[in-house]
Design a protein around this ligand. Sequence first.
Ligand SMILES: NC(=O)c1ccc[n+]([C@@H]2O[C@H](COP(=O)([O-])OP(=O)(O)OC[C@H]3O[C@@H](n4cnc5c(N)ncnc54)[C@H](O)[C@@H]3O)[C@@H](O)[C@H]2O)c1
Length: 276
Amino acid sequence: MQEFTDRVAVVTGGASGIGLGMSRAFADAGMKLVIADLDEGAMSAVADELKAKGTEVVTRKTDVAELSEIEALAELTTETFGQVNVLCNNAGIGIPTGTHNMKLEDWKWIIDVDLWGPIYGVKVFLPLIEEAGEGHINATSSMAGLIAGQMMGAYNVAKHGVVALMATLERDLRGRKSPITASVLCPGPINTNISRHSVEFRPGQAKPKTDGETSGKVAKGIQAILENGMDPDEVGRMVLEAISSDEFWILTHPHWAKAIQKMLDAMNDNRSLTKA
Ligand SMILES: NC(=O)c1ccc[n+]([C@@H]2O[C@H](COP(=O)([O-])OP(=O)(O)OC[C@H]3O[C@@H](n4cnc5c(N)ncnc54)[C@H](O)[C@@H]3O)[C@@H](O)[C@H]2O)c1
């Protein structure tokens, strides 16, 4: 996709972190924006910020885990702007818990938001973007979508699913000679509010600890890594650049891909599972 001025982008989880970075980058490129998020206060602050720069923005409180809410989001988008060109399935959450302790409610919540959210997004928005005749669908996976580290079972399953969803979508689009393209964002550590939001939004409870001492330590360790992570605005600019250059893989920390190469080598050599 080459032209961005007056094109319409929908960003889920667009009020914070990486989604906010995308919203800012798209606005700077002259696009109109639809921001969907659970956090209404953060959304209205972002809308004010972008409107002050002259961007046309609408927001909608949306839970991406609900098909009816994604359908309502699509309706708002076409009613407001008459078309949609870019969808970023970005909203996501995750908590560290060992597989032996992970509650079924948490498996369901994480997979509903992190995998069903993007599936609903593709299902509802793909026909609309194809109708517009030019556009792009991106989804935010993770390095956890390429290599399964410990204590993040549900997140790993969902994020591997997102990579598979987007790779299949891109192949199917090319097979149909569609003008629409797809990409997947696999970030390494980015300095965002994901740890706080994942605790706040966890259904039924708001406890930072998930399975006692070990996951509490892991959560703190993850938080410390994220605080030293990349600026999410930089990630937003990378996504815009990747869309304009038709890149499928968007890796914020490409050197981390060495871990994947090691895994493939071990798969071939001695069939052991490498550390991650
Ligand atoms: N921060 C990182 O290091 C990192 C690394 C890899 C992947 N990711 C992925 O990046 C994406 C964005 O996360 P972030 O790090 O910017 O976190 P963030 O919490 O700063 O932003 C995520 C936004 O999504 C919203 N959200 C959460 N659940 C939602 C739901 N059910 N429906 C709609 N909105 C919802 C939140 O309110 C928030 O505004 C996620 O998919 C996450 O898994 C983040």
